[in-house]
Design a protein around this ligand. Sequence first.
Ligand code: SAM
Length: 282
Amino acid sequence: MLEPALYVVATPIGNLEDMTPRAVETLRSVALIAAEDTRHTARLLGHFNIDTRLISVHEHNERQRIDTIVHQLASGASVALVSDAGTPLISDPGYVVVKEILQAGYRVVPVPGCVAFVAALSAAGLPTDRFVFEGFLSSKSGARQQQLKSLAQESRTLVFYESPHRILASLQDMAMVFGADRTVAIARELTKTYETIKSAPLSELIVWMQADSNQQRGEFVVLVQGAPKASGDEVNPQALSILDILCTELPVSQAAALAAKITGIKKKQLYQLALERQSANE
Ligand code: SAM
């Protein structure tokens, strides 16, 4: 018997062998499964001989479905939440449901498993100690370039999801904004037959992908090496100490602006440096 709760269950991102025994057992034991696409999940349930009742829950009906789920939980039954692939809520529906169920005073239990970007990070060879998950970039080139510009100085590994229709255009925008030398890894069709993980400078990666249209097919995670850190070595110790003192009294942007006026060093460089010195001291 499961404790009455909403179980957020991760499902495979390609290879069905990645379904965990606990996920199977949970989906079998709950009274109801709320799924992003019931036809898609019905196939998964068929594979594992699970005959639990399915209802749809997606972006457009999340709020109405909450009443149904609360009703089940109130009667002592359990409900599972699944998406088409991977972990629900990760670039998938479910956030509103989870938030409301918690607010209604019920337990939400994660049943962890696949997440495409974690699988990609684990095998691409880019730094994983700190990273930023950005989900999908805009489908419009102008907005996409703006998003990328706002991330150009980010020193942590950048993580994006991308569709086959836009992979090449996105890599080209990245080359324009981050520079053609920046190292990027693409993780394509993870856990599936045509799984490909390739890491190279953007200029090389784009040529490689253009040369073989098969490499533009399927599902992608794109990992971008972070911008090189602003080095304190290029800034003289006196300027650094001015920056440090100002940072103890002022917000970082004001401290950087004032330090720039005093030292003649670029505000942007000092701002980046101040952020890094602060996070190093945390
Ligand atoms: N909830 C999922 C997760 O936990 O990763 C993500 C769902 S999101 C709607 C789908 C996107 O995830 C795809 O467009 C692709 O960017 C990425 N993705 C999902 N499965 C993948 C796979 N097998 N290989 C590479 N990327 C994948």
